[in-house]
Unconditional design. Structure first.
Length: 250
């Protein structure tokens, strides 16, 4: 392969590198800002658990540096959440060159809506799933079995769920985008609805703790979001790839 044929791929990778660096810088800035409020952020994060625990119960740490590293990770999680608009902006700008000129004009609204959906998913997990999920899991405590959750375990558990709910709530945006570029159609989405539901339950079983409550509480919103995706595909979709279309510069 000649050098001039390799150049476009090289430029593509260089652009990807620059955008990843910008995302990393945004996360670092968010981390530095969040670290000044690490105790308050951790208190907010643990509030759903503390509300369902018995009076006097609290979290513990079992290793000497555990509290320190937990606060670092909390600050990092908060930094990622603060950087989400930048991360989504860089992602959509990376795929923008493959879009039609008139489609590139809607990238900023897409970034804004994507950010709202991600934050909405994380808030859904925090305010809806956490209280019911923790209440269910702590319900297995008895007179001889007492829960003593550690800071590290709780952070790992909650961060995984918050990020998982934020990501899965991007489903309507992703499917609408795929419909817009002609990769999926409304008929395809309707025809494969039953397979999508199966994937939702399988994915929820992977992303959530091994209990039925949190799995269902993730699967049901996914099914609703899938129906929203079909509406979005109907409104903004285009004919499948291979059908005549306008020039990208138009």
């Amino acid at each position: 392969m000649h050098e001039d044929e390799k150049l476009p791929l090289t430029l593509h990778l260089e652009e990807l590198r620059k955008r990843l660096i910008r995302c990393a810088v945004a996360v670092v800035i968010g981390f530095l800002i969040s670290y000044g409020f690490k105790e308050k952020l951790f208190a907010i994060l643990t509030r759903p658990l503390m509300q369902v625990m018995d009076a006097g119960d609290t979290l513990i740490f079992t290793g000497i540096p555990e509290a320190f590293f937990t606060f670092l990770k909390v600050s990092l999680l908060s930094g990622i959440l603060l950087a989400i608009p930048v991360i989504l902006f860089e992602f959509w700008m990376f795929v923008a060159p493959g879009l039609y000129k008139n489609e590139r004009k809607i990238m900023l609204p897409i970034v804004f809506i994507s950010s709202l959906f991600f934050v909405g998913g994380a808030l859904f997990g925090y305010f809806i799933v956490f209280p019911y999920g923790f209440k269910f899991l702590l319900g297995f405590a008895t007179e001889t079995l007492r829960p003593f959750p550690s800071m590290k375990e709780y952070l790992s558990f909650s961060a995984k769920l918050l990020l998982a709910f934020g990501i899965v709530f991007e489903l309507p945006i992703v499917i609408t985008f795929l419909a817009r570029i002609g990769l999926v159609t409304v008929d395809f989405l309707k025809k494969n609805r039953k397979y999508a539901v199966l994937l939702f339950f399988v994915g929820s079983a992977i992303l959530t703790p091994p209990d039925v409550v949190t799995q269902i509480m993730m699967s049901i919103p996914l099914m609703i979001l899938y129906e929203i995706s079909i509406v979005g595909a109907r409104i903004f979709g285009r004919p499948p790839l291979g059908t005549p279309s306008k020039n990208k510069d138009e």
